[in-house]
Design a protein around this ligand. Structure first.
Ligand code: 5AD
Ligand code: SF4
Length: 451
């Protein structure tokens, strides 16, 4: 007998790992009869899978709860808050939002079936860090993820950057055994994935148990993934510069399926600020890594994250960040105003920077990033690159995908059938126009006329 159908709505905030976790929550709940619906109004269970990295991200959750409360007065519905806000605030979420029935952390969602039963009777909080990793308790992925899939290889972080909540919300660094990651990768490929993005808060610190009994670093895992037939592209995110070892750098030159793109957040270009951030490298160390990466893979595209207005950042420090942006020539980068997070060392530092200064520096940094990004995109115009068509384009005549450098590329097709045919395939595309955030291209081959 099939279980009674119940409707589940999951809203993910924040990073790619939350997107992955959100899918795994659906996998955990599928045996109970839960199927995903696109609208919270129709749901029996609403899960907000939250992010605590910056204050703004955390506040969004409470606004959403404010919108959900009236829905719950109209019909029976369970509201659950998961993810990093849940981990950081626990009981406080219940106090601030009376409509919430269940609060659970990123490490306990394998227990969702029992938590839901409990929450139906009484408001429940579960923010443990269980000794047994949740991955051992999760079912196999139930729903296919599509052409480009996420796969968590590593979770948590032991680096304790002064500004960051991740070590507190995601917990200690944990690497999944390589055999488990490889088995999940094979299942994703069997379900249609052509690209796998390995995820981890500090994924290049990966040191999982290898199938041969020894410990595998990320380069070994990538090499093994490279041997999976029909898996065409491998990426990983995100990485700490101090964990960028020579074997991993070498893999960028040797593993053809490893895409020439790396998100390697530097955060600041000033050594004083990097020391205050507890980043454990100097700007010149970072530049040396970039140099080695480019020696291994000359066309590698680099991306980064930046924080402006970290406590103690002077105008001279900020100028060094601008210099580093120009020197590296990023293909893309995210930049953020420093946001004090409760419980982190930087939040208690005395020399906090006024918001006005942060706003002004952020604008200047974003201009500098736009310049390097535009230059990068323009430099690829005229080239023929393989594009993985992994998403629907705008309208039936457009196909859309990603270049090896993760640039969004769209192609106008002659017929809707041609656009459909490209979906899920890798085809050579001549890049013809560069826009700020994407490129237009045309197919660099003629489709054979149907017989
Ligand atoms: N304030 C602003 N940005 C932050 N990040 C992490 N913590 C903070 C904070 N407290 C940024 C970093 C990190 C990215 C995921 O978020 O740049 O790389
Ligand atoms: Fe946070 Fe990344 Fe630093 Fe870990 S390495 S503490 S996740 S910024």
């Amino acid at each position: 007998m099939s279980p009674v159908t119940k409707r589940l709505f999951v809203k993910n905030y924040g990073c790619q790992m939350n997107v992955y976790d959100g899918r795994r929550m659906a996998d955990v709940l599928a045996p109970l009869g839960y199927t995903i619906v696109p609208d919270p109004e129709d749901a029996d269970l609403v899960i907000l899978n939250t992010c605590h990295i910056r204050e703004k991200a955390a506040e969004k959750v409470y606004s959403e709860l404010g919108r959900l409360a009236p829905l719950k007065r109209k019909r029976r519905m369970l509201i659950a808050v998961g993810g990093c806000v849940a981990q950081a605030e626990g009981e406080e979420v219940l106090a601030r939002a009376p409509c919430v029935d269940l609060v659970f952390g990123p490490q306990t969602y394998h227990r969702l079936p029992e938590l839901i039963v409990r929450a139906e009777r009484t408001r429940t909080v579960d923010t443990d860090f269980p000794v047994e990793p949740k991955f051992d308790r999760l079912p196999e992925q139930a729903a296919p993820q599509g052409i480009a899939a996420y796969l968590t290889a590593q979770e948590g972080c032991d680096r304790f950057c002064a500004f960051c909540v991740v070590p507190y919300t995601r917990g200690a660094e944990y690497s999944r055994p390589a055999a488990d990651v490889l088995a999940e990768a094979r299942r994703l490929v069997d379900a249609g994935a052509r690209e796998i993005m390995l995820l981890g808060q500090n994924v290049n610190a990966y040191h999982g148990a290898g199938p041969d009994g020894g410990e595998w670093r990320l380069d070994s895992l990538i090499r093994a993934l490279g041997r999976i037939d029909r898996l065409e592209r491998i990426r990983y995110t995100t990485s700490h510069p101090a964990d960028m070892d020579d074997a991993l750098i070498a893999a960028h030159g040797e593993v053809e399926k490893l895409m020439p793109y790396l998100h390697l957040p530097v955060q600041s270009g000033a050594d004083r600020v990097l020391a205050r951030m507890n980043r454990k490298y100097r700007a010149r160390d970072y530049l040396r890594i970039v140099e080695k990466l480019r020696a291994a893979r000359p066309d590698i595209a680099l991306a980064s994250d930046f924080i402006v207005g970290h406590p103690g950042e002077t105008e001279a420090d900020f100028a060094e960040t601008l210099r580093l942006v120009a020197e590296v020539g990023y293909a893309s980068a995210y930049s953020f105003k420093y946001s004090p997070r409760p419980g982190t060392p930087a939040a208690d530092m005395e020399d906090q920077i006024p918001d006005q200064v942060k706003i002004e520096r952020l604008a200047r940094l974003q201009e500098a990033i736009d310049r390097t990004q535009t230059a990068f995109n323009r430099a690829t115009v005229g080239r023929i690159v393989p594009v993985l068509f992994d998403r629907a384009g705008r309208g039936a005549l457009q196909a859309a995908g990603r270049s090896p450098y993760l640039q969004p590329v769209h192609v106008d097709c002659a017929t809707p059938a041609e656009a459909l045919r490209l979906h899920g395939r890798i085809a050579p595309v001549e890049l013809i126009v560069a826009k700020q955030n994407s490129l237009a291209g045309r197919l660099a081959y003629q489709e054979a006329a149907p017989a």
